[in-house]
Design a protein around this ligand. Structure first.
Ligand SMILES: Nc1ncnc2c1ncn2[C@@H]1O[C@H](COP(=O)(O)OP(=O)(O)OP(=O)(O)O)[C@@H](O)[C@H]1O
Length: 265
C-alpha cells in the first residue's frame, strides 16, 4: 500500500527549465514539483508544448534543470543510471542488434553478471511475448513489437523508477490498447514506480493512481487528481473501464481542465 506521507521514491522539486538564456530564452517549465511514491503510477497530462517531455527528461537526468532538484529517496539523484529507466515514444532500438541483444544492452553496460543477463533477457522475452522474436532485428518487427522490446529493455534493468514519455504515442489504436492493458497488468502485479507522460486523458485515467494536469506553456502544475486504486475497472480491459461511472467522471474532470488550457492558448 502507498504511504502518502513517506519520502517519495522520486521527487522533482521546484523545477524550472529555460531553453537558451534565462529570461530571454524559452521558459518551458516554471516551478513544477512532482513526487511519485514507491509503487505509485503517476501520469502527467497537458496541452501540446506545455513542457511534459521537458519535465520527463529533467526527471530522468538527461537534461539539467535551470532551477530545482531531482531527488530519489530524498537524496540528490545525480547522473542517469540504472535506478531510472526511460521509455520514449520513438523506440530507439539499435537496428543492427537482435531483440535479445537490444534487451541485454543496459545489462552489459552496468556489468550485470553474464548468467544473470541471460536470465533477465529470457524473463523479459517471456513477459513481453517476444520469445519467438529473440533473434529478429528491429526492422523485422511491427511498431508495437518494437515498443515491446523497448519496454523489455527498460524493465530488464529492474529500475527503481520507470519514466515513460508517450510510449504508445506512435502506435496504431489497437496495438496501443493491447499495450496499455499489459502495462496496467504488469504495474499492478509488480508495483512499479512510474512517471508516465501522455496526451491521452483516457490513457492517464486508465493507467494511473494519480493524474497531474499541467497548464499551457510555461508549464505549471494546474491540478492533481487522485484516482481510486483498488477498483475492479483498473484490472479489467480498457473498454470495460470506459463504461464505469467513476472512470467517466474522472475523464470528464481531467479533460475539462486540459481543454481550459488549450482554449486559453
Ligand atoms: N531543445 C529545445 N530548445 C528550445 N526549445 C525547446 C527545446 N525542447 C523543447 N522546447 C520548447 O519547450 C516547450 C515545451 O516542450 P516539451 O516538448 O517539453 O512539451 P510537451 O508538453 O512534451 O509537448 P508535446 O505534448 O507536443 O510533446 C515547447 O515550447 C518547445 O518548443
Amino acid at each position: 500500500m502507498l504511504e502518502p506521507s513517506a519520502t517519495p521514491k522520486l521527487e522533482l522539486r521546484n523545477i524550472t527549465k529555460w531553453y537558451g538564456p534565462e529570461g530571454t530564452g524559452v521558459l518551458a517549465v516554471d516551478d513544477c514539483s512532482v513526487s511519485v511514491q514507491k509503487g505509485e503510477f503517476v501520469c502527467v497530462v497537458g496541452p501540446s508544448g506545455c513542457g511534459k517531455s521537458t519535465l520527463m527528461t529533467v526527471g530522468a537526468g538527461l537534461e539539467e534543470a535551470t532551477h530545482g532538484e531531482i531527488l530519489i529517496d530524498g537524496k540528490p539523484a545525480g547522473k542517469p543510471g540504472p535506478r531510472r529507466s526511460v521509455v520514449f515514444q520513438k523506440f530507439a532500438l539499435f537496428p543492427s542488434e537482435t531483440v535479445a541483444q537490444n534487451i541485454k544492452f543496459g545489462l552489459q553496460m552496468t556489468n550485470v553478471p553474464r548468467d544473470e543477463q541471460e536470465r533477465r533477457v529470457q524473463q523479459q522475452l517471456e513477459i513481453m511475448g517476444l520469445t519467438q522474436f529473440r533473434d529478429s532485428y528491429p526492422s523485422q518487427l511491427s511498431g508495437g513489437m518494437q515498443q515491446r522490446v523497448a519496454i523489455a529493455r527498460a524493465l530488464a534493468m529492474q529500475p527503481e523508477i520507470l519514466l515513460m514519455d508517450e510510449p504508445f504515442g506512435a502506435l496504431d489504436a489497437q496495438t496501443r490498447t493491447i499495450l496499455q492493458e499489459e502495462v496496467q497488468r504488469l504495474s499492478h502485479q509488480m508495483h512499479y514506480t512510474v512517471l508516465f507522460i501522455t496526451h491521452s486523458v483516457e490513457e492517464a485515467v486508465y493507467l494511473s493512481d494519480r493524474v497531474i494536469v499541467m497548464s499551457r506553456r510555461p508549464g505549471r502544475i494546474k491540478k492533481e487528481i487522485q484516482l481510486p486504486r483498488d477498483v475492479a475497472w483498473k484490472r479489467g480491459d480498457i473498454e470495460q473501464a470506459a463504461e464505469h461511472p467513476e472512470f467517466i467522471e474522472a475523464r470528464r474532470e481531467i479533460w475539462a481542465l486540459v481543454r481550459e488550457e488549450i482554449m486559453a492558448a
